[in-house]
Write a protein that binds this ligand. Structure first.
Ligand code: SF4
Length: 256
């Protein structure tokens, strides 16, 4: 899949048995990437360059381990008893939609095993077939302003915005996330705009930027653009989460 492609995985010519996933790593018993206890499959490769990326070693589309969808599904099945009613497998990365055909094949293989699937994506590559196949989409909206989005990610916002509109129109279960970075996404107006943009999402989450992955930038031959000053304080997060709850309550009351 080309890094510059912005539409993918529509289904034509897919060979679910033949396509392989280029995997960065697989984590078991994760509790942060979707509901319940989950196995998280980190795909290799991402076309964005978010200033706060904590997975810089997953950005290159080279390297990693090639695994078939069936191999990954067989691995995930071993942990099925931990998933319970709410858990399952999350496709993350890197950017799983950079390998849209492989993401679709894996989602279908997991569903055939009765495993709940979540797609953790920036939506930067529009891939409706994969969005449709996942049980839950967790969409990371980097910023709601296109220029600020580009400043933060070095990638156009069009794909993410198109994905968000598609999810809103599909009636599909989806969450919206935004990483809070001082100087980029820590303003009250940005949170208000995000809440409006995320109307229809089952959940909206604000995640604080942390610089625990800073060492990976140098190891990947890249320069990290953010310093520790960009990490939001506990007070900033409390203020923004308070604003988020107040705005959401108002929206709920208006619907009643
Ligand atoms: S979309 Fe995710 S993996 Fe890609 S650069 Fe941004 S934070 Fe890193």
């Amino acid at each position: 899949m080309s890094a510059t492609s912005n539409t993918a995985g529509r289904g034509a010519g897919l060979r679910p048995g033949g396509v392989k996933v280029r995997v960065h790593s697989i984590e078991t018993l994760g509790a942060l990437d979707g509901p319940g206890i989950r196995t998280v499959v980190f795909f290799k490769g991402c076309p964005m360059r978010c200033a706060y990326c904590h997975n810089a070693d997953a950005l290159s589309a080279d390297g990693g381990t090639l695994m078939s969808a069936a191999e990954i599904a067989a691995f995930a099945v071993r942990y099925k008893s931990y998933y319970g009613q709410t858990g399952g497998v999350t496709l993350s990365g890197g950017e799983p939609l950079m390998q849209a055909d492989a993401a679709l094949a894996l989602t279908e293989a997991l569903k055939a095993e009765g495993i709940h699937t979540a797609l953790d994506t920036s939506g930067c590559i529009f891939a409706p077939a994969v969005l449709d196949a996942a049980d839950l989409v967790i969409l990371d909206v980097k910023h709601t302003d296109p220029q600020r989005f580009f400043d933060l990610t070095e990638y156009p916002a069009d794909g993410t915005f198109k994905t968000l509109e598609y999810l809103k129109g599909s009636g599909k279960r989806f969450w919206v996330r935004q990483v809070i970075v001082n100087g980029f996404t820590d303003g009250g107006e940005q949170i208000k705009t995000l809440i409006k943009a995320a109307a229809g999402a089952e959940k909206t989450e604000l995640l604080p930027f942390h610089n625990m992955g800073a060492h990976k930038w140098a190891a990947a031959g890249l320069t990290c653009r953010l310093s520790a000053d960009a990490v939001p304080s506990a007070q900033t997060m409390a203020r923004l989460n308070g604003l988020l709850r107040t705005k959401q309550d108002k929206l709920l009351q208006r619907k009643k």
